[in-house]
Write a protein of this length. Structure first.
Lengths: 286, 329
């Protein structure tokens, strides 16, 4: 592989990492605050993509304005879901999984009947390529990388510097202890769902601009997101970042070197191996 | 034998009788197909419960079915083996894979274990797709021959030319499997497994080999999807790597959890109701998924122990009503 192709595949890998990290951060937030795996997270991501699509293509909104509205809208869906569907099952893994499978069915069919099953896409708001070291890299992919870094920094500051963020950290460490200190778990669960769903909506909108969207796009994102948080360690933000980088780069680089099947085999085997030698994930705790 | 045991034995015999008589009342290829799927799903979800007894949730059932189906098919087509022997080897192959990966995998707990089993499942499908010369790649294998006829001179001449005979075959497989699984659950192994489910470290401290028992449960439980995959390939007569995908495994878990994980009858009831239900809801056309999802959530919301707890709830409600009535009177 020439160095040009290598550079390009690294940028592609980083762009995928950005998407995976956005999805995984939402999952890991909800996981550590509420103790459930929110399987319909992929569908939230899909709804985010379709919201932006409708606003940009049919209503002629500016992409960034549409993104902002979609984040707030999808975040509110998240608060609704938390209140109605997930609050009764906090900490009950099995039953919450079945509830979210039900939600997956509902959301997928809803979007299918509204938008149809054909893949859709819209013109990306960011055009042009960056010519550097004799290779061309689209600004679009770099934009995704920048957005990922920006969101990450923002979330990091939120968790470490604000009172709400610190309360979230406390809940993830010990729910009963946090409640005894007067932390309102219901309120923070709603905030976690809002943030998680908002992040998923951003990731969905970016994927919609870069590739295409379909009612079943959420399954792939969910699989990748869960793989990232499991690899990184449940409930750990730095773990989600490291896991996202590893899986994104594997996905970016390996298919260039070999066939897509072998690339898939190697990446799954690598994740299994890492987990076997570190059963709690890369930066998780026992 | 005490009275309760006798009653439950009679119940089991009656249900078995009904199971074998069903094709006489419900005729037609479509209905028979649904019946076969129902029995197949009961087999899958009940075997998944054996793994959950040890406190683990496996999502490798789809991959194990793919492995069993391809092993059986290839042995029949390429080596010309008897289909019954091939079916058995297909199951043993799945069991063997589970045994191999069981030792490293059982170090992992909870969702970590579930994840590596998903990856294992995907790896099986990808390997099949990659190994084109043997498996036909992603387009799969067509025209898989039917199982060999069972001929006992003078008594029995059973050929698998009709769907009804396939139904009887899977019923027999299910009965044998249920007997084995029930015996395991009631044996010392089953007791030990539920001990491990309640506390890993406590079981370890009283001298139980946790890893060994987990691997044992995993490899026994994976034998059945291997057999089921081999059966399904011969029944449908075509197989490709995506037949038993991720969604397929998810449905098996729905049957198990919705039916009730705590009792042996749970996955049986869950698989029965939730395989039949989508077919009954079919006239609703595009609204069918909403009703399916709705009934799923309804059960999870209002029956914490699954469908299996329904009779007890109804009895409790009835008693309450009677009491209220008495108070009024």
């Amino acid at each position: 592989m020439s160095s040009v192709a290598f550079l390009q595949s690294i940028v592609n890998g980083l762009a995928s990492s950005g998407i995976y990290i956005c999805v995984a951060l939402g999952l890991t937030l909800v996981m550590s605050i509420m103790g459930i795996v929110q399987m319909s997270h992929g569908e939230i991501y899909m709804i985010g993509a379709y919201c932006v699509y409708y606003m940009v293509v049919h209503l002629g909104f500016n992409f960034f304005l549409a993104l902002l509205i979609a984040v707030v809208f999808v975040g509110c869906i998240g608060i609704f879901l938390e209140r109605v569907f997930f609050r009764p099952f906090r900490g009950e893994l099995d039953r919450a999984v079945i509830i979210s499978i039900g939600l997956i069915l509902v959301f997928q069919n809803l979007i299918l009947s509204i938008a149809g099953g054909n893949p859709r896409s819209y013109n990306s708001p960011i055009k042009g390529v960056l010519r550097i070291f004799g290779t061309a890299i689209s600004w679009e992919r770099l934009f995704i990388v920048f957005t990922g870094v920006l969101l990450l920094v923002a979330l990091f500051i939120f968790i470490n510097k604000t009172k709400t963020g610190q309360a979230m950290l406390a809940i993830s460490q010990d729910r009963v202890g946090a409640a005894l200190q007067g932390i309102n778990i219901n309120r923070l669960s709603a905030i976690a769902m809002f943030l998680g769903c908002g992040l998923a909506a951003i990731a969905g909108a970016l994927v919609g601009a870069l590739f295409s969207m379909s009612p079943t796009m959420g399954t792939f994102a969910l699989m990748k997101g869960i793989a990232v948080i499991v690899l990184g360690g449940l409930g750990s933000i730095s773990g989600a970042v490291i896991g996202g980088l590893i899986i994104g780069l594997i996905d970016g680089i390996l298919p260039v070197l070999t066939t897509s099947h072998i690339a898939g085999l190697i990446s799954f085997a690598a994740i299994i191996l890492i987990l076997i030698f570190r059963p709690q994930g890369i930066s998780g705790h026992e | 034998m005490n009275k309760g045991k006798a009653i439950s034995l009679i119940n089991v015999l009656i249900i078995t009788g009904i199971m074998f008589l069903l094709p006489a009342f419900f005729k037609g290829p479509y209905v028979t197909h649904v019946l076969i799927l129902t029995v197949l799903n009961i087999l899958l979800s009940t075997s998944l419960r054996l793994i959950s007894l040890a406190g683990l949730m496996s999502l490798a059932h789809g991959g194990m079915m793919t492995l069993g189906a391809y092993t059986t098919t290839l042995l029949i087509i390429k080596l010309g083996l008897s289909s019954w022997l091939a079916l058995l080897i297909g199951g043993l192959m799945a069991s063997f894979l589970a045994f191999l990966v069981g030792f490293p995998f059982s170090r992992l707990k909870g969702i970590y274990f579930a994840m590596v089993t998903i990856f294992l499942s995907e790896m099986v499908a990808l390997s099949v797709e990659q190994w084109r010369s043997l498996t036909g790649g992603s387009s799969g294998i067509y025209n898989i021959p039917r199982p060999d006829p069972i001929i006992i001179p003078g008594i029995l001449n059973l050929t698998f030319s009709s769907k009804v005979n396939f139904y009887y075959l899977i019923c027999v497989i299910l009965l044998i499997s249920l007997l084995i699984l029930y015996a395991i659950e009631r044996s010392r192994i089953g007791m030990t497994l539920s001990g491990i489910q309640q506390s890993d470290s406590l079981s370890e401290s009283v001298g139980i080999n946790c890893t060994g028992y987990k691997v044992l449960a995993f490899s026994i439980a994976c034998f059945f999807p291997g057999i089921a995959g081999g059966f399904y390939a011969q029944y449908i007569s075509t197989i490709n790597p995506t037949t038993f995908g991720f969604l397929f495994t998810i449905y098996v878990i729905i049957y198990l959890v919705v039916g009730g994980m705590k009792s042996f009858a749970g996955p049986i009831i869950g698989a029965f109701i939730f395989t039949i239900l989508p077919e009954i809801l079919r006239p609703l056309k595009e609204f069918q998924p909403y009703f399916f999802a709705g009934s799923l959530m309804f059960i999870i919301f209002f029956m914490p122990e699954g469908l299996v707890g329904l009779p007890k709830r109804v009895v409790a409600l009835y008693d309450k009503l009677i009491d209220k009535w008495d108070e009024h009177a």
